[in-house]
Write a protein that binds this ligand. Sequence first.
Ligand SMILES: [Zn+2]
Length: 338
Amino acid sequence: MSWLTNYVRPKIRALVSKSDVPDNLWTKCNNCGQMIFHRDLAAGNKVCPNCDHHMRLTAEERLKLLFDGESYELLELAETVQDPLRFRDQQRYTERLKKARSSTGLDDAIQVAVGEIGGQSAVVAAFDFRFMGGSMGVAVGEGFLTGARAAVERNAAFIAIPASGGARMQEGILSLMQMPRTVIAVEMVKDAGLPYVVILTDPTTGGVTASFAMLGDVTLAEPGAVIGFAGSRVIEETIRETLPDGFQRAEYLHEHGMVDMVVPRKALRGTLSRLLDLLMVPLAPKTADKPPPEAPAETAEAEASETPDDAAEPAPESAEETAPETSPEPEESQRAAQ
Ligand SMILES: [Zn+2]
């Protein structure tokens, strides 16, 4: 038997090389079960043509989808401490990291890029769910902070695209510390009067939901995306009640005021560039290093609260004080509502 398996089989394999029999021409939609030709799938940005199910994208696909002409520059992210707790469950954490790195080609679960969206400069921090479920550890927190700093430096909008199961348990308390860390990063962007937009994708859960993902000036979501803190089964078991249909889905959150817009993937770039046009104020002719911080914050606020009379007024100096204070308020009430 060993002669057959060790000698004959490899020879036959070599004759029928893999390139002759591509096995990835078809992808099965995991919602409706339809087989989709790979070219159709790529052309439709991984949206099922049959049932409109939005499949998960990699960070690279995300960035290509959003930036003008698919052109962007990846920011180098600082190296962070590896396996600080020497964590081990069934496997060593270092082993898991090694596997995730070789299968994704990424250093960790986040990629940060700069470029233009609809002609406006923007920094995008995109999660990659393939890398340990997009979980947020020190490296992801560091990447997020790098993105926020780059946005402030370049006077660019900051766009976060979470796709995450939450905090990375292998990093224990250090992963939980990334929650306040990312919140501070968001505050930095808001203090600079720059727009911070979140695009919630499937899935956005746990510590990511409980931090930067719910703090957007404008919150968009992809259709059907699961967005929540605890999983629905855990909630059901805890409160011993049946949850309503579509609970924790983007559309449900939209109906309940947690999401501003549910945007189909094909309209995402257009919507985002329109938003940035509204939120980004062109540089003042004073040739100042930074534009007046009150102006973008004011328009951002007007967008959210729909009070056009505020936006029409030329920004008074007092707006600078009121803008950062009023913006977190709706978020707090939202969290309380949840
Ligand atoms: Zn489908």
